[in-house]
Ligand binder design. Structure first.
Ligand code: C2E
Ligand code: CA
Ligand code: CA
Length: 641
């Protein structure tokens, strides 16, 4: 037995399909009526009244079918059509030439019709009836009741046969046309379905902003890479990359610009790795990079170098040139571990190590980093109480005017001696304070202390010395710095002109209007702005003109080699000339020897500080140092006089 169609579908065909079926039935009914009319006409010509009457009756019944087709259920119309056509064809055939009659050519057309628009039951039933009728005709003939007699061939016979063939061809035409359309529709639907499946997969496994794999997909791939690497005894590198100043850019330039930056970073990163490698975005500004398929670990360093270089060029965002740096932590399996969790933790540690070492750099994991996390936690909690317990001190390193040789001010540098942890340098605890959010309180405290000491220098008759205070970029996040400066100056009565703020280049890279205005307001109070560690950051110097900057402090790594390397000598000289062109004062830090001093003097550098004169000393000692220095000058002046 043939399987029946889903009754649910058959009971209620969709409106579009129903309309199509009705249209087809109307066409078929019209064709059938026309066919019976033609046959009726031929019978009229041949004066066969019985056939004529029969034909007209059938045509009339089909006409009724046409009307039914407007409102009645489809099945009734189909049933009427099939019953009328079947009866008509069979009776006309039987009383004309019996088994020899051409009318039976119409049987396949009826089967086609039943198959297209009726149920499977109808099709089977109809086939059975047809065969039974043919058998009946045979029996009637054999028993002499109704003879099947072939008439001599006549044109009417050819006409009828051709007409029937044309009707069948027409049905087949309709059927194949509908089938073709149905297949096409199915194909389109299938494609849409596949598309939406792919989209769902993308949503589940990809980061919607950059199109990169998300964390889940990346971890899945890492799992497979590790599995394969184990079998083939090859290493796999896992890297975390975190953008250093993304938050500043995002907060100041807005999220759409931040998004655009992430997309550009993503595509640059992707260009650095090979096809089998993975670059994934795992959180806000953090990327996970997986490298497999290499024989030696040197290949990892090559990729790392490529990544650092790729981010060195600034990004064009919304018409602005924005620089971004990244800190990269790398761990290698199986050397550093084989488990996903351990590897991720290692890469994360190494990344934070890179951040601690001044950002814009990379670190390979080494086992000692595990200890340093604990140590950092200890530093963090000790630092919290250090502020309250007065363990922190501000020391002062004098700054000299290189032309007159006089002390013109000092840089305030934090010192911490913890009873539990011993002496800890700012290079170690400032990054911890930045990460724990303590930097704002710490920064405000230093500012207040430095202003108070500088005011004391004035009241003790040391003259108008400036005090330079280091400011972390994080202190700019909520405009804390402006409030802290106003408070410190207000509370200590120090004139703004005696205060210098030392900022890092990376802060200005974000190049925002907001920051520009903030620095302008601070400058309006007489406070001066110095760019610290100048030369280590970026090649884009446009910001120097844009921001209210007064001083450049040449990084001590260049000053250190000013006598040893022609390259660094050229660099120092270029920085000094550039600064002068922009009306900026130049401070050289890290001056350790007389030869360095002479070189800098020769280049026209205005100020200097360094071990050549003095390290940073406690506040009281600084006062003594300045007094002695001034006394020496007074003696010198007296001698001259
Ligand atoms: P920096 O701002 O570049 O400070 C200059 C550093 O160079 C100081 O290190 C100073 O002691 C050292 N130095 C001075 N003269 C010489 C020299 O002739 N040779 C050599 N090799 N080094 C010299 P220090 O005090 O360890 O400070 C390290 C860094 O910690 C500072 O670098 C600064 O970035 C940060 N820092 C210090 N105090 C503060 C602070 O109050 N707030 C913030 N945010 N950062 C601070
Ligand atoms: Ca400094
Ligand atoms: Ca510096």
């Amino acid at each position: 037995m043939l399987p029946d169609r889903d009754p649910g579908i058959e009971a209620r065909p969709p409106a579009k399909l129903l309309a199509l079926h009705r249209k087809r039935l109307r066409q078929i009914l019209l064709i059938a009526i026309a066919a019976f009319a033609v046959v009726a006409l031929m019978n009229l010509l041949r004066e066969r009244t019985l056939f004529l009457a029969l034909n007209l009756t059938l045509a009339a019944l089909l006409w009724l079918g046409l009307r039914w087709n407007r409102h009645r259920p489809l099945e009734q119309v189909v049933a009427l059509l099939v019953v009328v056509a079947m009866t008509g064809v069979s009776v006309l055939g039987a009383i004309d030439q019996g088994l020899f009659d051409e009318a039976f050519i119409a049987y396949p057309a009826l089967l086609l019709l039943a198959g297209m628009y009726g149920s499977r039951h109808l099709l089977v039933f109809l086939t059975g009836i047809m065969i039974a009728f043919l058998v009946l005709l045979l029996l009637l003939d054999q028993y002499g009741i109704l003879h099947s007699v072939a008439l001599a061939p006549a044109p009417t016979r050819v006409i009828t046969m051709s007409m029937l063939l044309m009707i069948i061809a027409f049905f087949v035409w309709l059927l194949t046309d509908d089938l073709r359309h149905a297949v096409q529709d199915l194909e389109t639907e299938k494609r849409a379905l596949l598309d939406s499946h792919a989209r769902i997969e993308v949503l589940a496994q990809r980061d919607s902003l950059t199109g990169l794999p998300n964390r889940a997909l990346a971890l899945d791939r890492l799992d497979r890479m590790l599995e394969m690497a184990r079998r083939e005894r090859r290493p796999v590198a896992v890297m975390f990359l975190d953008l250093d100043n993304f938050k500043t850019i995002n907060d100041s330039l807005g999220h759409p610009v931040g998004d655009a930056l992430l997309r550009q970073v993503a595509s640059r990163l992707q260009a650095c790795v090979r096809e089998g490698d993975t670059v994934a975005r795992v959180s806000g500004d953090e990327f996970l990079i997986l490298l497999g398929d290499f024989e030696h670990e040197e290949a990892i360093s090559a990729v790392v170098a490529q990544i650092m270089q790729a981010l060195q060029h600034s990004f064009m965002l919304d018409g602005l040139e924005v620089g971004v740096t990244a800190s990269l932590g790398i761990t290698v399996a199986p050397r550093d571990g084989n488990e996903i969790d351990a590897l991720l933790k290692n890469a994360d540690l190494a990344m934070y190590r890179a951040k601690d070492s001044g950002r814009a750099t990379f670190r390979f994991f080494d086992p000692s980093m595990n200890e340093s996390v604990l140590e950092q936690m200890r530093i963090g909690s000790a630092l919290r109480s250090a502020l309250a317990r007065d363990e922190l001190q501000v020391h002062y390193q004098p700054e000299f005017d290189l032309r007159s040789g006089r002390i013109v001010g000092a840089e305030a540098l934090l010192r911490w001696h913890s009873p539990e942890l011993g002496t800890i340098g700012p290079d170690r605890f400032v990054p911890v304070a930045e990460r724990s959010g303590l930097i704002n309180a710490l920064g405000a405290w230093v500012l207040r202390q430095a202003c108070a000491d500088a005011q004391r220098w004035r009241s003790e008759g040391l003259g108008e010395l400036t005090v330079a205070v280091n400011v972390s970029p994080l202190q700019f996040h909520r405009d804390d710095i402006e409030r802290d400066v106003v408070r410190a100056l207000g509370a200590t009565q120090l004139p703004g002109a005696n205060l210098v703020l030392e900022l890092t280049e990376s802060l200005l890279m974000a190049d925002t209007l907001h920051l520009e205005q903030l620095l302008q307001r601070v400058s309006a109070a007489g406070v001066r702005i110095a760019i610290d560690d100048f030369g280590t950051g970026y090649s884009n110097l446009g910001y120097l003109r844009r921001f209210a900057v007064h001083r450049l402090k040449i990084d001590r790594s260049f000053v250190k080699r000013v006598c040893a390397s022609a390259h660094d000598e050229g660099l120092v000289r270029a920085i000094i000339e550039l600064g002068h062109c922009l009306d900026l004062q130049i401070v050289a830090e890290g001056v350790e020897e007389a030869a360095m001093l002479h070189k800098l003097q020769g280049f026209g550098c205005e100020y200097g500080q360094g071990l050549y004169w003095s390290p940073a000393v406690p506040a009281d000692q600084f006062i003594t140092l300045v007094r002695e220095h001034q006394a020496m000058f007074a003696r010198g002046a007296a001698n001259v006089a």
